[in-house]
Design a protein around this ligand. Structure first.
Ligand SMILES: [Zn+2]
Length: 435
């Protein structure tokens, strides 16, 4: 055998090995591809209905689940099993056909599809790291997302899920890590679920001399991003920075990551739930236990003259950037207007500079009589109208239909919002314990 024969022989052998390997992998793929795709939705926060599986096309067609009496059916979250690692599966999202019987109500007709259709869907193979798919393709009223992964199972959702279990784990986890944080049960929900709240303060400063801060998320259950913003706020607050330490030493901070715990647990949308949703429930006699409890604590802070910053966290309409909702100036008195505008300026200065970008508008939107018939019962409005003269009370809507609207992006918004609260309160005169 001369050298070229050896090379030819080796080449031929390599070809044979490659061909053998290929036939093995093709055999393996065809054998495993026979496994049918299945959909699982028997876990906390899951929501899906109308599932149709085309195993030949490896495609799952579905609608968001949820009882329309319990809010807009725009949230979806489920797990797909039976995937052959390496294959591409397709999710075809159809819009919900659910309606309620209420004439003239929001769901007298089916909800506009865009609320349920992010440009990029969210997925996770480990239930911890949530990633965006590539952009979906619109097919009329439907949206198709493709996912290729090296796993047999994947969780897919409208956005990064944030369940009651995750809220409890986060709150109790922080308490284990830092002495300045306490876990408190805000209340039990109407369905008997515990509503976890984080209470943070540090040092010996008496209560009367502390600024009062109230942060709550998820009065609308489908807006999962708002809980991640609340978590980012809490992470910054309990972190190592000197500004965070100052805030813990000069303020008493309450953070509720999920207000509408029942709908977050059952995968219902929450918005426009019957008889009214949580953020239309801040009346003399609230219907929801979480609102009763939050309103009671906020009223205490107001009586003590230290309802300094109230923040209600949401996700907005699909085309909106991040922005604040404010009450019309005509309904407010000074110094509330000037203080609120200063806070917005500080928050905008930080959030708009987050990298990667979280687009934010420096123009707040106004609520009031023209916005909603129950405008007085919207939490941030209620706190403005019933608060102290110096109360800053705002709703922050964080963009959700954007490439950086991920768990990390939302947490960055929360961290920057907390830093803005520090910057704002550091400018305020120290509280001397009288009012
Ligand atoms: Zn909302």
């Amino acid at each position: 055998m001369n050298l070229s024969t050896i090379i030819n022989f080796r080449g031929a052998l390599q070809d044979r090995i490659a061909a053998f390997g290929m036939s093995i992998s093709m055999w393996f793929a065809s054998a495993v591809a026979a496994e049918p795709l299945t959909v699982v939705s028997d876990f906390e926060g899951a929501s899906v209905k109308g599932v149709e599986i085309d195993n030949a096309a490896r495609r799952i067609s579905f609608m968001p689940g949820g009882d329309p009496e319990r809010g807009w059916p725009c949230w979806w979250y489920f797990r797909v099993n039976g995937i052959t690692p390496g294959e591409t599966i397709t999710l075809r999202l159809r819009s919900s056909t659910a309606t309620t019987a209420k004439t003239g109500g929001m769901l007298a007709k089916p909800l506009a599809p865009v609320w349920a259709m992010p440009e990029q869907a969210t997925y996770s193979v480990d239930g911890k790291n949530w990633l965006h798919t590539e952009k979906g393709t619109k097919q009329g009223e439907e949206m198709e997302y493709s996912i290729k992964l090296d796993a047999a199972s994947v969780s897919v959702a409208w956005g990064p899920p944030y369940t009651p279990g995750m809220a409890a784990k986060f709150v109790y986890g922080l308490v284990g890590k830092t002495r300045c944080a306490k876990a408190v049960e805000l209340c039990r929900s109407r369905e008997g679920r515990a509503v976890p709240m984080l209470h943070v303060q540090e040092g010996e400063l008496p209560k009367e001399q502390r600024f009062g801060i109230w942060v709550q998320a998820r009065q609308h259950a489908w807006e999962s991003g708002s809980s991640w913003v609340a978590q980012g706020f809490a992470e910054w607050l309990t972190g190592d920075g000197a500004d965070a330490a100052w805030l813990r030493q000069h303020a008493e901070i309450h953070i509720v990551p999920i207000m509408d715990i029942d709908n977050a647990a059952t995968g219902n949308g929450g918005k426009d739930a019957q008889p009214q949703d949580h953020n239309r429930d801040w009346s003399e006699k609230p219907h929801w236990n979480e609102v009763v409890a939050a309103q009671r604590s906020v009223t205490e802070l107001i009586k003590e003259g230290r309802m300094d910053v109230f923040l209600d966290l949401h996700n907005p309409a699909p085309g909106d950037p991040t922005f604040f909702y404010i009450l019309d100036n005509g309904l407010l008195k000074e110094p509330m207007i000037t203080l609120r505008d200063r806070f917005i300026q500080l928050a905008y200065g930080r959030i708009s500079k987050i990298e990667p970008l979280i687009p934010m508008s420096n123009k707040p939107k106004t609520t009031g009589p023209a916005y909603h018939p129950l405008w007085r019962q919207i939490s941030a409005n209620w706190v403005s109208m019933n608060g102290n003269p110096h109360t800053v009370s705002l709703c922050l809507e964080t963009i959700w239909n954007y490439k950086n609207s991920t768990a990390d992006g939302y947490r960055a918004v929360g961290a920057n919002l907390a830093a803005a609260v520090h910057e704002y309160l550091a400018e305020r005169p120290a509280r001397m314990g009288t009012h």
